[in-house]
Design a protein around this ligand. Structure first.
Ligand SMILES: N[C@@H](CCC(=O)N[C@@H](CS)C(=O)NCC(=O)O)C(=O)O
Length: 202
């Protein structure tokens, strides 16, 4: 049995959404996105930094949302939500899948840290401004990529779980503006998917 250790509003939402897209059975260990749940000895035994997501599959345990997504698709996907390695779409799939954690999330992490997580007296306006400028630049290629496609590589794929989730977060942080009409439409498409609604609500 698969068990997802999850906290709502975190990157663990990616995996909850993916499990629903794949129609897999799973158990959910729902925790608060708060040190009182994440920094316990029990959870730090699962993830050395006390973070989410963590997935258990029998004796196998892994953390890192991208690794978990690739694991689920490789082991249980039966070719769905990922182009075949021989397909010309496969390199594009890899690129946009990894753009999420590699390029998009670093400025988002800084923005969330300096607007929500840190107490007001420890927030740094210069770091926030820099991160907001960088996030604006990082969004440009994604806006172009979904100009003529419903999803990042055409059909919905694991890349949309990874980067689509980051776009939903960018929407919440008001980083997606009237300068991003394609991204706005992309986010609405994602939020309208039945598996997204089942996993994460509207
Ligand atoms: N690159 C990791 C990042 C994991 C991560 O930072 N998770 C955040 C939630 S989005 C977390 O658990 N933060 C709690 C903390 O650091 O105390 C992944 O994609 O899984």
């Amino acid at each position: 049995m698969l068990t997802l250790h999850h906290a709502p509003g975190s990157r663990a939402d990616r995996i909850l959404w993916l499990l629903e897209e794949m129609g897999l059975e799973y158990e959910l260990n729902s925790m608060a996105f708060h040190p009182k749940d994440l920094k316990t000895d029990e959870h730090k035994a699962r993830h050395p930094l006390g973070r989410v997501p963590v997935l258990d599959d029998g004796e196998t345990r892994l953390f890192e949302s991208g690794a978990i997504a690739e694991y689920l698709l490789s082991r249980y996907g039966d070719g769905t939500l990922r182009p075949d390695e021989a397909s010309p779409l496969f390199p594009q799939y890899l690129q946009w899948f990894h753009y999420a954690e590699g390029t998009m999330m670093p400025p988002i992490n800084t923005i969330v840290t300096h607007t929500i997580l840190l107490p007001p007296e420890r927030r740094n306006q210069e770091m926030l401004d820099m991160a907001q400028r960088l996030a604006g630049k990082v969004l440009v290629p994604i806006e172009a990529q979904v100009a003529d496609k419903d999803y990042l590589i055409g059909d919905f794929s694991g890349a949309d779980i990874m980067l689509g989730h980051a776009m939903v977060v960018c929407g919440r942080l008001k980083l997606v503006t009237d300068n991003h009409p394609n991204l706005k439409a992309y986010i609405e498409r994602i939020k309208g998917r039945p598996a997204f609604i089942k996993a994460l609500g509207s």
